[in-house]
Design a protein around this ligand. Structure first.
Ligand code: ATP
Length: 203
């Protein structure tokens, strides 16, 4: 974080969220501060993605509030990778830098970082599942955002990709950011920076 920047935080108060009017998570009081990662766990269908979408403001809460203090907004990495198959890998990233603002590292550096440096010219439609996920991760790097909401960030990634995700989150936290990550995989983060929340399935 640069001097003078507001330290980000995310807070929910008596939050209830769900889909189709059906509550999945109720009475949630959370605070996630700068330098912290909240790891969400729970079985398929418990409501982790729904909670992340609610935190992102894309699904309205059934009750309670979500408060996010962050000067530059939020990144949501969802199941959908938001990759345009007819654009090259590089064009995809430049598109997102244009939409979100090129406030992070250069597209070429971001693509090197996620292991796609040799195929920046390739149409994104030709990427493998793991390569597509890596391209989505590069989007987090080309625009600096203090709050990362990550839904299954390691989905489709190999062992080296899992380590990459842990390293990227670790650097984000060390830079003063915060993250909420839903995952079924182990995330090799510094335990001192991590809090855990298990979402139990609604009865
Ligand atoms: N638009 C919708 N309308 C009604 N129900 C929905 C809608 N979208 C999702 N659901 C339901 O909401 C529940 C929670 O789904 P959600 O994707 O949040 O679970 P999750 O914990 O992220 O699961 P997973 O671990 O499989 O990713 C599921 O039962 C799902 O079928």
């Amino acid at each position: 974080m640069t001097q003078g920047q507001v330290r980000p935080y995310l807070r929910t108060t008596a939050l209830a969220c769900g889909r189709g009017g059906m509550p999945l998570v109720v009475g949630l009081d959370l605070t996630v501060g700068s330098g912290r990662c909240l790891v969400l766990r729970g079985p398929n269908g418990a409501g982790k993605s729904t909670l992340l979408l609610t935190l992102a403001g894309l699904v309205a809460p059934l009750a309670g509030t979500v408060e996010i203090e962050a000067e530059d907004g939020v990144h949501l990495l969802s199941h959908r990778n938001a990759v345009k198959p007819r654009l090259t890998v590089r064009e995809n990233l430049d598109f997102w830098a244009g939409v979100n603002g090129p406030t992070g590292i250069e597209s070429s550096a971001a693509l090197e970082r996620v292991g796609l440096g040799a195929i920046t010219h390739l149409d994104a439609g030709y990427l493998s599942a793991g390569q597509t996920r890596r391209l989505a991760l590069a989007r987090l790097l080309v625009t600096r955002r203090p709050v990362w909401l990550l839904d299954e960030p390691t989905a489709a990634l190999d062992a080296e990709g899992h380590a990459l995700v842990a390293a990227l989150i670790g650097e984000h936290l060390a830079g003063g950011g915060l993250a909420v990550a839903a995952t079924h995989d182990p995330l090799a983060l510094d335990p001192a920076t991590v809090d855990h929340l298990t979402i139990e399935p609604a009865r």
